[in-house]
Design a protein around this ligand. Structure first.
Ligand code: NG6
Ligand code: CA
Length: 491
């Protein structure tokens, strides 16, 4: 065998190793208290509870940020989002913020012989400048490690409201090109601001630009009629793509990043789920998302690969109730508490901003349990590298695979929390929030942001709800954390 054949043989051998499939199911804006397994009593989430009770449930699992783009950036790169000034909530026209030369979770797994795919929300930018949506769009997910992609560019409330498959807008007709602009409207196109009578869901703040399917969005768009998604079908469309991906790749190890759009705004449950929660659209889409997870698990089971698949479930940031549409989410919330016992929510430096449901399920391999180890989605890159015998490690990403598998309880010693560009430091049971200017509360979304002109110091073990600021009474602890904070930010 010559060197060339030898090399070819090695490459062929990799997929035959007993590597598990890896699936990350990622919810959008789902709070710490929204699953039965995390104490929700007003909402039923039997499928997610099945994952929680059949696997490891983390009580101290964090997204890297209290908003979407930075969390997703950290999940895929294992790098703190505050290191990248572009990792901020992006418009639908933003360029790709991951360097195509950078190591990513899907790239690492590809090196280990995995097929890699993404279905669902992207929100990490596309292209390098101004995107022409009528031509192949890139770089994007396919250039940072995904062999296959079926995505929405940004968010459900942002244009362009179309699916993009491997860099091409799905269903686009040549004689009806798409134009997108976040600055100015296209002549003659109705907006939610000017034509509220055309809307089936009205904005409560923002979201008054182009109207698609009776819902006004952020940004302006013209053309692409046949390509526009139907919001109520989105859950089914992504589910079918995720199921098809599994069925097409079940013969070899695969990594699927299944990024659900729920319960982000606009909340548009399929008619089958309307009324299912008694809580209006926000609760209904959580029930819908839970159903999707159940269907997806059935697909793995039917394919005979559930026992060979590690499933991680989490959310990109904490909960928000009114995030810009009058969808009765506030009025019909009843006794449901999306953040559970935590203070704050999406956009907040308080715990509910980043502490989210975090589950690891692997039938027959992970024994059911609950872990209070401090873990972050940042850690998945190095940990999954450990699992798949890759040498890749990212400096901000801790290799904690034993913890995810329930074989150990080692967590991170510390974690920098991020929320809309502001940072705080968690160390053990302590969290220190340095002084941040800005309003204490965003009254539009009714969330305390964690800003205070003074230092805040909380001991979460005794004070999970962050009610007692110990900065004055524990000066030595405060000093220690200030120093650790300066050190890690300076690294
Ligand atoms: C905000 C939007 C909010 C949501 C968020 C991004 C307004 C008034 N609010 O700017 O509705 O889209 O951005 O959410 O426009 S995230 O989960 O993708 O970070
Ligand atoms: Ca989000």
């Amino acid at each position: 065998m010559n060197a060339c054949q030898e090399k070819g043989k090695k490459q062929e051998e990799k997929p035959e190793r007993a590597l598990p499939n890896i699936v990350i199911i990622y919810a959008d804006d789902l709070g710490y208290g929204e699953l039965g397994a995390y104490g929700a009593t007003e909402l039923e989430t039997p499928n997610l509870d099945r994952l929680a009770h059949g696997g490891m449930r983390f009580t101290n699992g964090h997204a890297a940020s209290a908003t979407c783009t930075p969390s997703r950036y950290a999940l895929l790169t294992g790098t703190y989002p505050w290191r990248n000034t572009r990792a901020k909530i992006l418009p639908g026209t933003a360029p790709l913020i991951i360097d195509t030369a950078q190591m990513t979770l899907p790239k690492m797994l590809k090196q280990q012989g995995y097929a890699t795919g993404i279905v669902g929300k992207w929100h990490l930018g596309l292209g390098t400048g101004t995107v022409n949506w009528n031509e192949p769009i890139g770089p994007g997910p396919n250039e940072v490690g995904f062999d296959e992609s079926f995505i929405m560019a940004a968010t459900q409330d942002r244009v362009p409201t179309v699916y993009i498959e491997n860099g091409k807008v799905v269903g686009l007709e040549a004689d009806d090109p798409i134009q997108v602009d976040y600055q100015k409207n296209f002549e003659g196109e109705p907006t939610g601001k000017e034509r509220p009578e055309l809307l089936k869901m009205k904005p409560s703040h923002g979201h008054d630009n182009s109207i698609v399917n009776g819902i006004s969005r952020i940004g302006y768009m013209k053309g692409g009629e046949a390509a526009k998604w139907i919001d109520e079908d989105m859950a089914d469309v992504f589910l079918k793509e995720a199921q098809a991906y599994v069925n097409q790749h079940k013969a070899r190890p695969f990594f699927l990043y299944y990024a659900l759009q729920q319960p982000h705004v606009p909340r548009t449950p399929h008619p089958r789920f309307v009324g299912s929660s008694g809580m209006g659209p926000r609760g209904d889409v959580i029930v819908e998302a839970d159903w999707c997870v159940g269907q997806f698990l059935n697909t793995l089971e039917t394919a005979g690969i559930l026992e060979n698949t590690l499933i991680i479930f989490s959310s990109d940031n904490g909960p928000v109730v009114d995030d810009g549409y009058m969808d009765e989410s506030v009025e019909r919330l009843g006794n449901h508490i999306p953040a559970g016992p935590l203070r704050g929510g999406k956009y907040s430096l308080f715990e509910a901003g980043t502490r989210v449901p975090f589950l690891a399920y692997w039938k027959g391999k992970i024994s059911p349990g609950v872990s209070d180890a401090l873990v972050s989605q940042l850690d998945l890159l190095s940990s999954l590298a450990q699992l798949t015998e890759s040498d890749v490690r990212a400096p901000d990403s801790k290799a904690l695979m034993d913890t995810f598998l329930g074989k150990g309880n080692e967590g991170r010693a510390q974690l920098v929390l991020e929320a809309t560009g502001r940072t705080a430091l968690r160390q053990g049971d302590w969290v220190m929030i340095p002084p941040h200017n800005g309003r204490a509360k965003n009254t539009l979304v009714n969330i305390e942001l964690g800003n205070d002109p003074n230092y805040q110091l909380y001991h979460l073990k005794d004070d999970l709800g962050q009610q007692n600021n110990l900065a004055a009474s524990r000066p030595e602890k405060l000093e220690e954390m200030k120093q650790a904070y300066e050190q890690v930010l300076g690294q």
